[in-house]
Design a protein around this ligand. Structure first.
Ligand code: NAI
Length: 682
């Protein structure tokens, strides 16, 4: 091999004896390859060099073990000052990728691990793509999740390669694909075992096959006659998931295609302008903020070397069963204890369903099931690195269990409780070493909810908090350290909002209208349906506990009445709504149904006011972490960037004034927390 002589930091170009150029990306100052301005401009030099001195073929691959390219450098989007600057950046990348694409020799992207966003767009500018079929390979265009769409030519090139329906599905969902799924779609040419990856890329260069042609019927979808019909269909699909006002990106993508489908050149130019416009908008800026909040949560526990191999879960109910299954899915050996085999059996059955859904291949499903071991006698206790207690929400029962458990635990093992309302301080008297108890508060449904609150009391050892956070990361969750105060963070903030919705319903506002107002604000599900989903008995018990300790969560009589009538929500088919096949039966909203003007403010301001109280009480370390917790723990409108960010955008004094007005009209529960004044004065 001979190395090229231009100085390089990120790209390394070598030629082998067969005359093939190997261009390796290994971004100098990070452990993941991302396409920053510097990386793109160095690529430009390399491409220029290849144009001047064409090789027999070109293979682009990555020097990082974790993947090919994770995408564009998102930080650069935050720093852009104007649409012009953003559009210029995109056009610069287009020029480089166009030159790469027009090289006369065969060009191949050899992909392993992440190949996302700008990374896939680069691969699409190569003539062929081959990828490692390993589970860790992730190929996709997730830009829409950041409030933008592909901007490095990916809209045009993906549609040209695999046709509008598949390309739009890829871009509108943002969902990454495995190598096999990508090969099936035609997005890549071959999925091969890792040991054959570079050899397969070399074969493509030495003996290039005919390039993939799009089937005529797929091509015809770009015709002016069919385009508007398909565009309308796509918009309808998107509208069922995202509101144009909150999430303009998917609509912009459809518009872009509709305007330019017959002219790839104009599509590229328009793509740059469209992304530049989106990236400067509030929705994208806030979604990018959420991306960085997520990165911050992911960084928690990084300073711990804790790595669990064995987990023991006690209580195989709704939560314990699903936590055990999730840990086994993530590759850990798990023992699951309950009072009898009959209590464990339903959890194993649910686990089997989860494994089939997530792992698909029977061999992998079986291996995950083998990792989940029913253990009525608790034989796993002395071997476990982490013990998660998820038994009934009863302090005496938990204490009695800890007394028998602690002497059998191995030194250094974490003892975690999944309690949703009992302060750690109430439980620690049962322990010889109270500093080892930490809360790992998972949310229901465990497989879906990303956040885990890492609950600590003043007694909890800081290292245990770090280790518990590292454990949450190990199983793919987002840890958030919270103090052991009533309701911790998420339930405490959510509850006043749910109770206000119940209050509104008892005043005669239709539940359908209440839910619609919250969804229009950007919540993933309306509060009435959410209360039914959580279970009205659980809501009542959390509300009572919070009411006693915080004094501001007055429990509406209507909630008590429903629970005493046995209407517990979705789980028994009757709550605020009636349920048919697990779905709420909702009345059609008609023009005659009126919604009081302050419904949204009443619900959301109670949530925001409680967020302020949590900030004042230092339940979490700072504002950003509070926003992160509420977004990932409740789904709070991500395009608004989090509750406190939303407060700052709408104006602290305006919202405080609105609360005062609501307090005058509806009662003291709206009295602004002192924190409003402190923030206002800063
Ligand atoms: P559950 O009632 O579904 O399950 C509890 C299980 O623990 C039962 O199977 C029971 O047989 C078993 N159990 C009780 N005492 C035991 C003992 N001494 N040894 C072994 N097994 C024992 O309860 P769920 O809903 O799973 O709640 C468990 C914990 O998780 C509670 O602390 C709850 O506050 C918390 N939690 C519940 C959430 C929910 O949405 N249900 C959400 C987050 C936390």
């Amino acid at each position: 091999m001979t190395e090229s002589n231009t100085t390089s930091c990120h790209w390394h170009l070598e030629r082998d004896q067969a005359g093939i150029a190997w261009l390796r990306i290994d971004v100098a100052d990070g452990n993941v390859n991302v396409l920053s301005l510097a990386v793109i401009s160095e690529l430009q030099q390399k491409v220029d060099e290849l144009v001047r001195n064409p090789p027999r073929g070109l293979i682009i691959h990555s020097g990082k073990p974790n993947g090919f390219i994770a995408g564009a450098d998102i930080k650069s989007f935050l720093g852009m000052k104007s649409e012009q600057e953003a559009a210029e950046f995109m056009r610069g990348v287009h020029t480089v990728f166009d030159r790469l694409e027009s090289l006369s020799c065969p060009t191949v992207a050899a992909i392993h691990g992440f190949c996302l966003g700008g990374g896939l767009e680069l691969a699409l500018a190569c003539h062929y793509r081959v990828a490692d079929e390993d589970q860790g390979t992730r190929i996709g265009l997730p830009e829409v999740l950041l409030g933008i769409h592909p901007g490095f030519g990916g809209t045009m090139r993906s549609i040209r390669l695999i046709g509008v329906p598949a390309a739009m599905d890829l871009m509108l969902s943002g969902r990454p694909l495995s190598a096999r799924a990508a090969a099936k779609l035609g997005l890549i040419d071959h999925a091969v075992p890792q040991r054959h990856l570079l050899r397969a890329a070399r074969m493509l260069v030495l003996d290039p096959p005919q390039r993939r042609q799009l089937k005529p019927w797929l091509k015809s979808l770009n015709l002016p006659l069919l385009r508007p019909l398909l565009a309308r269909y796509l918009r309808r699909q998107v509208a069922s998931r995202a509101n144009r006002e909150h999430y303009p990106a998917p609509y912009a993508m459809i518009d872009l295609w509709e305007r330019n489908a017959s002219d790839p050149k104009s599509m590229l130019a328009d793509e740059a302008a469209s992304v530049a416009h989106l990236v400067m908008g509030d929705s994208a800026q806030n979604l990018i903020r959420v991306f960085f909040l997520q990165e911050r949560l992911k960084a928690a526990g990084r300073d711990s070397r804790f790595k669990a191999q064995r987990v023991h879960v006690i209580g195989a109910g709704v939560m314990g069963g699903d936590i055990a299954a999730w840990c086994a899915l993530q590759g850990l050996m798990v023992t699951l204890q309950d009072q009898s085999p009959e209590r464990i059996a339903p959890a194993v059955k649910r686990a089997a369903q989860l494994f089939s859904k997530k792992l698909k291949q029977p061999r992998l499903v079986q291996a995950a099931l083998d990792r989940l071991i029913p253990d009525v006698a608790g034989q796993g206790v002395p071997h476990a690195d982490v013990i998660i207690e998820a038994i009934f929400e009863n302090a005496e029962a938990k204490q009695a269990l800890y007394r028998t458990l602690e002497p059998r635990m191995k030194p250094g093992a974490i003892l975690a409780t999944n309690t949703s309302s009992i302060p750690l301080q109430t439980l620690t008297p049962a322990l010889q070493h109270p500093q080892r108890l930490v809360g790992l508060h998972f949310f229901n449904p465990v497989a879906k909810m990303q956040l885990v609150e890492i609950v600590h009391s003043p007694q909890t050892d800081e290292q245990v908090v770090r280790d518990a956070s590292a454990f949450a990361r190990q199983i793919g969750k987002l840890p958030l350290a919270v103090t052991s105060t009533p309701g911790f963070l998420v339930n405490r903030i959510l509850m006043p909002y749910l109770l206000e919705a119940v209050e509104l319903e008892s005043e005669g506002v239709r539940p359908e209208l209440i839910d619609r107002a919250a969804v229009a604000f950007g919540m993933p599900m309306g509060p009435i349906e959410l209360a039914d989903t959580v279970g009205l008995d659980i809501c009542l018990s959390v509300a009572e506990i919070l009411g006693q300790s915080l004094g501001n969560a007055r429990v509406p009589a209507r909630l008590r009445a429903l629970v005493s009538e046995g209407r517990l929500g979705r789980k028994n088919g009757q709550g605020f709504y009636s349920y048919r096949n697990g779905e709420p039966v909702k009345a059609r909203i008609s023009a005659g149904m009126t919604l009081p003007a302050d419904v949204t403010d009443r619900m959301m301001l109670r949530l925001l006011n409680e967020a302020m109280a949590c900030l004042r009480g230092h339940v979490v370390e700072d504002e950003d972490l509070l926003d992160a917790g509420i977004i990932f723990g409740t789904g709070f409108a991500p395009f608004r960037g989090g509750p406190l960010h939303h407060v700052r955008e709408r104006g602290i004094s305006a919202l405080r004034g609105r609360l005062e007005e609501l307090a005058r009209n509806h009662g003291a529960r709206f009295t602004p927390d002192e924190e409003w004044q402190r923030l206002q004065a800063l």
